[in-house]
Write a protein that binds this ligand. Structure first.
Ligand code: ADP
Ligand code: ADP
Ligand code: ZN
Ligand code: ZN
Length: 822
């Protein structure tokens, strides 16, 4: 260690990752540092791509020398040098797919403590011996319920699904779950051979026979008599009940199509043995404070804290004895309870008290998951590290932002540095230091406009951030539009919405607001999307938030008739491999390929438009099959790509690239930014329209061939929006957007809002789940849910134009909105 140990700065020299222009910047340690700039300016390239990547690289090199070779393949961050860099921990929003077995309790490690509490200090039934902590986990062999293997649910067939039409006879195909064609005919012959009338309508069969046909495990064989004009000899046919057939397909079939079909006949139901807890009966028999471990896992964290607080504060605990039936008043109980209460308190402070320990991580929003990880870090005891965070305020109501900032301050007080990529100006104002990158995006950005204490940013003339941070710039007030009709929902039940009414105005832009957990996503992404989808008779799209076997429960809906289309513009990737990109997704690339096919050279060679696709064998580079990248197997970084050694990312074979248009190859076009392509393809109307809308949503800096895997959620969302905008359509669509402003600088939010209002002007309805007050303030209508999260929320506390909701004073949003509108 040289002077770096005493130098309080991380000093970056010559950073050139992505669009960064060989920048030098000094960033203080032991501070909360905000990285700001418009979308695409290079904040993440500096914070994650350079600082965090370099810290990772050093870590790999220290623990695994062989990683050096792999790192050369994926490339090390493009930087001259960094001094004073501590070890780094990244807390990103989207990090791989969480396993369906992880839960709030496992992410936070609180479940370990709860298990220890039940093992060491629980109350056991008379005669039972104490269980190990593992026995209270459904994820271990010692604890898992033998029936459902710890999942808590079992798939089972249901009569209404197996036999959708009870007026049909078995011969007419009453048992829809049976296979079709020959196998089905065979089964019917077998049934007939068993003496059951296959011509009687299903509902007139005896219950005993119906149950047997559907559920029996017996598989009698009978001699099936030849039917006329068919085979002229008999054969032995074996019976399969509907359940046995469906379960057999689900367990053994290799055909996804067969499995999908079989899934239509099953429902997941609570396991009849453990009633959903996933645990063995012995474990469920142990209680603490009168509750089983399953009860505690299902309670909101606020209640868990209340339940354990009296024990944590017990004045005179006794020593534990291993044979006692109960250890609830022992020192062990007090110690573990106190620890649990203290750790839970951090989660309550972060506004997550509505979550339960058993809540599956797959059902958490990215913001909830990130806050859980942040809270967990507080207890990790690490110090001297830098935490690199990706927009921790994402998904947070302004009321929830304050406590988050307190937690960041506590991490700092524990001796750590916080590097935070952030767009929320309230968070930026509270930082100790700000590094502003810009001024524009892509090639128009990548410079350090300012690095220093926050107030000094006001003097940085070029900075868009400065304009918003100091309130010099804000969207102009506009008069709310009049609703053209109403979509009325009555008796809505789902999650924490208990029999509520909600009215959504048509033909205007509505913002649905409320603190985290108040029910916004449930109302918009599940209920509203569900009823409209049902009305239109469309199937859920891939990834839509419909839980298997759960129907949206709404007693009464009216006003759906004007709607003829449902469009969800979300932040999910536009593709999962580098094979999809901006140009292919928007359809722009079709126009480009036609342009190349129409050149004289292409015609002379007989190249059609297909030849210019990097997905077609004739045109593409064979080494990478047209991906431009090859996947590198890396132990620590799943799904990492390195440039193709043959085409160096060009994707095409050499012959294809001999054809040029205006002096450029098709690979050159993919390498152009949207802005550059707008000039180059100006005379190609189909391309020009796409390019114009992409620029209008602020994506002029993206390269046409930028793989889907490199795009941020916000970029993906705006690409989807642009694709929608370029399709000039008649009719009335309902657009649903879940927090479209996440990841967007206030300047980008303005661009986005302009586009959304354009959709409304064209006669459509737009509904946003939103926290960004600029966005809420420009809405025509606000539906505020709350007042709290979980069961403390789930009601419409205020509804009306923004000024009215702000003035009404009910709900948590009103004061923030009032301040924004003043
Ligand atoms: P910000 O975080 O400010 O939104 P980024 O650092 O993500 O900006 O992006 C800066 C520029 O680098 C953009 O032009 C973006 O398109 C480009 N970029 C981002 N990731 C990659 C990547 N993996 N490969 C190539 N270019 C990238
Ligand atoms: P918001 O969008 O306002 O943050 P949500 O609609 O996500 O709120 O959540 C409302 C309530 O429903 C919360 O109590 C939450 O814990 C619960 N909830 C949301 N999704 C699920 C789910 N998949 N399973 C169980 N409970 C859920
Ligand atoms: Zn079970
Ligand atoms: Zn290649």
């Amino acid at each position: 260690m040289t002077h770096a140990a005493t130098d309080p700065f991380v000093r970056v020299r010559g950073a050139a990752e992505h669009n960064l222009r060989n920048i030098d910047v000094d960033i203080p340690r032991d501070a909360v540092v905000a990285f700001t700039g418009v979308s695409g300016s290079g904040k993440s390239s500096l914070a994650f791509g350079t600082l965090y990547a370099e810290a990772q690289r050093r870590y790999f090199e220290s623990v695994a020398p062989y990683a050096r070779r792999l790192l050369q393949q994926v490339g090390v961050p493009h930087v001259g040098g960094i001094t004073g860099l501590p070890p780094a921990v990244a807390l990103q929003q989207r990090r791989g797919a969480p396993s369906s077995r992880s839960s709030v309790g496992t992410i936070t490690t609180l479940s370990n403590l709860v298990r220890m509490l039940y093992s060491r200090a629980g109350t056991y039934p008379r005669g039972a011996t104490r269980l190990e902590a593992d026995a209270f986990s459904p994820n271990t062999a010692a604890g898992a319920c033998p029936r459902c293997h710890g999942l808590g649910v079992v798939h089972d067939v249901a009569e209404d699904l197996l036999v959708p039409d009870t007026s049909l006879s078995v011969r007419e195909g009453a048992i829809a779950a049976w296979p079709g064609a020959w196998q089905g005919a065979n089964l019917r012959s077998v049934v007939s051979g068993l003496g059951i009338d296959i011509d009687l309508p299903w509902r007139r069969l005896r219950k005993k026979d119906r149950d047997w046909l559907l559920y029996t495990d017996e598989q009698p064989s009978v001699l099936v008599r030849p039917e006329r004009d068919r085979v002229d000899y008999g054969y032995q046919g074996t019976f399969w009940s509907a359940r046995k057939h469906v379960m057999h397909v689900l367990a053994d079939s290799k055909s996804q199509q067969m499995r999908d079909r079989a899934l239509r006949f099953v429902r997941s139901v609570d396991c009849p043995v453990c009633h959903g807890a996933g645990l063995r009966p012995e474990a469920l028999a142990v209680t603490f404070a009168g509750r089983s471990v399953a009860d505690v896992n299902a309670m909101p964290l606020t209640e868990v804290a209340e339940l354990l607080r009296p024990v944590a504060e017990l004045p005179h605990p006794t020593a534990a004895t291993p044979t006692a039936r109960s250890g609830e008043t022992t020192e062990v109980a007090v110690r573990i309870s106190a620890d649990l209460v203290a750790r839970t308190q951090v989660l309550l402070d972060l506004g997550l008290g509505y979550l339960s320990l058993g809540r599956r991580s797959t059902t958490l929003s990215p913001g909830e998951a990130q806050r859980l990880r942040i809270a967990t870090q507080l207890r990790s005891g690490l110090f001297g590290v830098v935490y690199v965070l990706d927009e921790p305020s994402a998904g947070l109501h302004p009321a929830d932002t304050e406590p988050l900032l307190d937690v960041l301050d506590r991490l700092k007080a524990a001796g750590n540095s916080l590097f935070v990529v952030e767009h929320d100006m309230d968070v930026v104002r509270r930082a100790d230091w700000v590094v502003d990158i810009g001024p524009g995006a892509g090639d128009g950005g990548g410079r350090v406009l300012y690095s220093g204490p926050v107030p000094g940013l006001e003097q940085a003339g070029e900075s868009a951030t400065g304009r918003y941070l100091f309130g010099r710039e804000r969207a102009a007030a506009r008069a709310p539009r009049q609703p053209q009709g109403w979509l009325r929902l009555r008796g809505v039940r789902r999650h924490n919405l208990h029999d509520i009414a909600a009215d959504i105005p048509l033909g205007v832009l509505t913002a649905v607001t409320g603190v985290s957990g108040s029910g916004k996503s449930t109302l918009v992404s599940q209920v509203l999307a569900g009823v409209v989808r049902e009305h239109l008779g469309t199937a859920p799209a891939e990834g839509d938030e419909v839980e298997a076997g759960v129907d949206v429960d709404v007693r009464e809906v009216s006003g759906l008739d004007p709607l003829d289309r449902l469009v969800r513009v979300d932040q999910r990737p536009i593709g999962r491999t580098p094979r999809s990109n901006l140009a292919t997704y928007t359809g722009l690339f079709d126009a480009v390929r036609k342009v190349y096919a129409a050149t004289d050279e292409a015609k002379a060679r007989g190249y059609t438009a297909g030849r210019f696709s990097f997905n077609v064998p004739q045109g593409r580079c064979e080494t990478c099959q047209g991906e431009g990248f090859v996947e590198v197997e890396l132990l620590f970084l799943p799904g990492t790509y390195a440039p193709c050694p043959t085409c160096h990312g060009g994707r095409y074979n050499a012959r294809t690239l001999e054809v040029t248009y205006r002096g450029r190859t098709v690979a050159d076009v993919l390498a152009m930014s949207v802005d550059d392509a707008a000039g180059f393809l100006g005379e190609v109307p189909a391309a020009a329209r796409s390019l114009r809308t992409l620029r209008e949503v602020g994506l002029g800096y993206l390269r046409l061939g930028q793989p889907a895997t490199e795009l941020s959620g916000g970029e993906a969302q705006r690409i989807k929006l642009a694709t929608e905008l370029q399709r000039a359509r008649r009719g009335h669509a309902l657009y649903l957007l879940d927090e479209p402003t996440v990841g967007l600088h206030p300047a980008d939010v303005e661009l986005l809002l302009r586009q959304l209002h354009q959709l409304v002007e064209a006669g459509n309805t737009v509904v946003l789940v939103e926290h960004d007050l600029d966005a809420v303030a420009t809405a025509d209508w606000v539906v505020d849910l709350g007042p709290g999260g979980g069961d403390a929320g789930g009601r419409v506390v205020a509804a009306g134009p923004p000024a009215e909701v702000a003035g009404a004073g009910t709900g948590v949003t009103a004061p923030y909105l009032a301040r924004r509108l003043s």
